[in-house]
Design a protein around this ligand. Sequence first.
Ligand code: B12
Length: 411
Amino acid sequence: MKKLILVNPAFRGHILGLIGKTLKFANPPIFSVLEAMSPKWDVKVYNQPFKVKYEKGLVGITSFTSNIYRAYKHADKFRKVGAKVIMGGPHVTFRIKEALKHCDSVVVGEVEGVWKQILKDYQNDNLKSVYYGEPKENFWEYYQNGFLKLKDTKKINAIQATRGCKFQCKFCTIHKLYKGGLRKVPIEKIVQQIDSVKPFWRTSIFFTDNNLFTDPVYCKKLFEALIPLKITWSGLASIDIAKDDKLLKLAKKSGCNRLGIGFETVNENVIKSNPGKLNLYQDYLKLIKRIKKHKIKITGTFIVGFEEDTFKSLWKLFVFTLKANLHLSFFSILTPFPGTELFDNVVKERKIKVFNWTKYDGLSLVTEHPSFNRFTIQPIFYFFRLSFLVNTTWGRILFALIILSASAYFW
Ligand code: B12
């Protein structure tokens, strides 16, 4: 049988990998897609591996920007033993030449429309350097049947209902990665996918859509279809979902227990230069209240280090998170990911200071900033990361317990 080896290199410090393995999670969703489209292949998977057996075969490597050096290392080692290596994902899509120094082929964009050809070319020893994976309206058709036939343990509970986003934020890769408008998987196909992963994952489903609320009509139909499945699910949505109270009610009824929402900032100067989803910032608190009313937890994501950010604006953000009292807040430092408008701008203006891709993980300042440098922003950033101890209910309980035990110890 023909051998296909799939590799997802470890992130920083292997920590995610370790947690993932312990919780029996989750190969990246792309592994199920590739495996579903390669039914006659013997597939071996390395998810954030500590150790890899480098051997001959067709090797597919996925990666982000932050783990790309590990990806290249694996690619080099596989090629050394005679394997053919093909890479895809959000980094190589925008850094084709860089990637081709380490692999035989790069898939630019989406893989569904080109995978069959790639397998054929590999077997004929005729792999092209670049495959342009144009967005397919029916992208799901390429893997649906294969996905349903995969062994339970090979399927993951991360389901993608739509590709694309209605917003075009300067710091986000999605509208460049999934070019064009929104594409939707027919709802009955989503139901089939969820039904097929239920035996292993029982009730917990994660939607990988960048924004579940891009098409409100589709969203409503999807939630209605989820009700009889009796699952719990979480996913990402833009805050404008909270304007529709009926939809929120339906979301809860369909099993939604958590929404990840990108609030990003409350600095009006940033919002002026990034119009779109951030325009609702003045209503954030009101909208958050509406979501909470339906007992849906919110994980808010925020970005610090926008060019317009100052000590004062970040303090305002901190006060906002105190008032918002979200279930969880997740902070990143603004990072210009290749492919974004932000990346093109900072390159043009020669503002990039760190060219080491490992640092492009949202934890470091990699560009020049008018108000901060990496030494001043880092403590502020860690302050934000620890702020769950005061801006979430469970964090405050934890904090009180720590203080109590510390006082008991020193008494
Ligand atoms: C699920 C997810 C995660 C999961 C892990 C996923 C994984 N790979 O293991 C978790 C939660 C761990 C995660 C973490 C992070 N993520 Co994330 N994540 C996503 C998300 C929501 C879905 C990805 C997905 O599974 N899509 C579905 C699958 C089927 O498709 P796909 O992976 O998009 O791949 C398509 C193509 O790229 C290509 N392809 C991809 N890989 C391969 C491999 C081969 C061999 C081939 C041929 C083709 C191919 O084909 C696919 C389908 O056509 C995307 C946003 C999105 N909606 O895409 C962000 C996204 C990938 N994440 C992103 C980021 C920035 C992060 C973080 C850095 C965030 C942070 N600040 O901490 C961290 C990274 C961890 C770290 N410490 O560095 C960025 C990536 C930007 C970049 N250039 O790196 C994205 C694009 C979000 C965004 N809005 O910009 N993430």
